[in-house]
Design a protein around this ligand. Structure first.
Ligand code: PLP
Length: 399
C-alpha cells in the first residue's frame, strides 16, 4: 500500500513546524505567547451566536451548493456599501477562504501552468500549488521598502506562455503590506497585456492603519473579466472557526466552473452561513473598535522592534502580521532556541521562521513573521522576551 506522491510531497506549514518544540516547552512548565498564528483574540460578535441559537428548523439540511441565498445577498450589500458593484450572481460561498483558493486554482490551472506571486506570500497557498502541480514564479520583494512591488518591467520579465494568473494577498499576510494604487495599476496592466487572471485575496480588507487604505481589485472596472476576489469572514469578523468564505467574480465562464466544484461538495455548513449572514448585517462602525485595537498593537510592536539592536522592521500597514529581519544567521534555529532554552519567569515566545513564506531557496533565512493578534500588554511582555533573548543568543554565539 502506498500513499499518493502528491500527498507525500506536501511540506509542513512553516506556522506549525515548531509545534513539537512548543509542546515540549509547555510540558516543561513554560508559558508560550503565540506570535506565530493569525488567530485573532477579538471576540466573535454575539450576533453570530444569537442567529444560530434562533435557528428553528427541525432538520439540519444541506444548503444550496452556491451558498445560502440570504447570506449571498448580505455579502452583495456589504460590497455595495464599499461602492463595489457585486451582485448575488457574482458570489459563491465556500468553506472558508481556503476552499475559495483551492477551487480557484482548480478551475484555472493545469499541471505545469505558472502563477506569478510576490514573495514572501501566505504559505498555505503552497499546499494547493503543490497538490495541483502549479509552478510558482515569485516576484521578489524586500523588507527594505516594506515589501512593496518592483517595477512593471521587473514583473513583466517573469511572464511566459505558461503564466495563467497573478495572485497576492492585499493587505498582505505575512508582510502587512498594503499596495498603493500605482502598484495595483501595474498589476492590472501586466494582467491586461498578457491576458492573465488576477486572484486578489482580500480577507484582511478592513485592517489598514494610518494613511493606508486597501483598494479592492473590485474597483478596477476595466479588469472585471479578469478579476477573482478571495474573501472570508475568518478575520473580518474574528470567526475563523465558522469556515465561511466566498469567491467573487464577474467572469461568468469562471463562475460556472466554480459552481460545478461547489456542487461536487454539496454544501457549505448551513449553521455557519446563518451566523455569517448576521455578521454581514453588522453596521460598518463595527470595524472601528476592532481596527483601533489592532492599530494600537501595531504601534506597540513597531515601537519595540524599532529600538531593538540589529532588528530591521518596516512599519506594518495592514493585516496583523509583519516580517522582521533579525541579527541572527538562522531565524529557525533562534526560534527553536527560544522555545527550548530560553525563558523569562518561565515565559517565552513562539515565532514563525519566514523562510517558508518564500519560494526562492535561501531567502528569508534571517527573518521571522510576527503576528500581533494578541493583547497589547502581552505584546509588551513578548517584546521584552525577544529583546533579551536576542542579547543572550548573541552572547552564546560569540562564545
Ligand atoms: C491571506 C489569507 N488568505 C486566506 C486565508 C484563509 O482563511 P480561511 O480559510 O480561514 O477563510 C488566510 C488565513 O489565515 C490568509 O491569511
Amino acid at each position: 500500500m502506498r500513499l499518493s506522491q502528491r500527498v507525500l510531497d506536501l511540506k509542513t506549514s512553516p506556522v506549525r513546524k515548531l509545534v513539537p518544540y512548543a509542546e515540549d516547552a509547555v510540558k516543561n512548565g513554560k508559558k508560550i505567547y503565540h506570535l506565530n498564528i493569525g488567530q485573532p483574540d477579538v471576540e466573535t460578535p454575539q450576533e453570530f451566536y444569537d442567529a444560530i441559537n434562533n435557528f428553528d428548523e427541525k432538520t439540519l439540511k444541506y444548503s444550496h451548493s452556491a451558498g445560502k441565498k440570504e447570506l449571498i445577498e448580505e455579502i452583495s450589500k456589504y460590497y455595495k456599501k464599499l461602492n463595489i458593484n457585486y451582485n448575488p450572481e457574482d458570489i459563491l460561498i465556500t468553506v472558508g477562504g481556503s476552499e475559495a483558493v483551492l477551487f480557484t486554482l482548480l478551475a484555472l490551472f493545469d499541471e505545469g501552468d505558472e502563477i506569478l506571486i510576490p514573495e514572501p506570500y501566505y504559505a498555505n497557498y503552497n499546499s494547493f500549488f503543490d497538490l495541483l502541480r502549479v509552478k510558482v514564479v515569485p516576484i521578489r520583494t524586500s523588507g527594505d521598502n516594506g515589501f512593496h512591488l518592483p517595477s512593471k518591467e521587473e514583473i513583466e520579465k517573469l511572464v511566459t506562455t505558461k503564466t495563467k494568473a497573478i495572485m497576492f494577498s492585499n493587505p498582505g499576510n505575512p508582510t502587512g503590506t498594503v499596495y498603493k494604487e500605482d502598484e495595483l495599476n501595474i498589476l492590472n496592466e501586466v494582467s491586461k497585456e498578457n491576458n492573465l487572471y488576477i486572484i486578489s485575496d482580500e480577507v484582511y480588507r478592513e485592517f489598514t492603519y494610518g494613511e493606508n487604505k486597501a483598494i479592492s481589485f473590485g474597483d478596477f472596472k476595466d479588469a472585471e473579466e479578469r478579476v477573482i476576489i478571495i474573501d472570508s469572514i475568518s478575520k473580518r469578523y474574528s470567526a475563523c472557526g465558522a469556515r465561511i468564505g466566498c469567491i467573487i467574480s464577474k467572469n461568468k465562464e469562471f463562475m460556472k466552473s466554480i459552481y460545478k466544484l461547489c456542487q461536487s461538495r454539496l454544501s457549505a455548513p448551513t449553521l455557519d452561513m446563518v451566523g455569517a449572514e448576521a455578521l454581514y448585517k453588522l453596521p460598518v462602525e463595527y470595524f472601528d473598535s476592532v481596527k483601533n485595537e489592532y492599530q494600537k498593537r501595531r504601534n506597540t510592536l513597531f515601537k519595540e522592534l524599532s529600538t531593538m539592536e540589529g532588528v530591521k522592521a518596516s512599519e506594518p500597514e495592514g493585516a496583523f502580521y509583519t516580517v522582521v529581519k533579525l541579527p541572527v544567521e538562522d531565524a529557525e534555529a533562534f526560534s527553536i532556541w527560544l522555545l527550548k532554552d530560553f525563558q523569562i519567569n518561565m515565559e517565552t515566545i513562539m515565532l514563525t521562521p519566514a523562510e517558508g513564506f518564500y519560494a526562492t531557496p535561501g531567502l528569508g533565512k534571517d527573518e521571522v513573521r510576527i503576528s500581533y493578534a494578541i493583547k497589547d500588554e502581552e505584546l509588551i511582555t513578548c517584546m521584552k522576551i525577544m529583546r533579551e533573548g536576542l542579547i543572550e543568543y548573541k552572547k552564546l554565539k560569540n562564545k
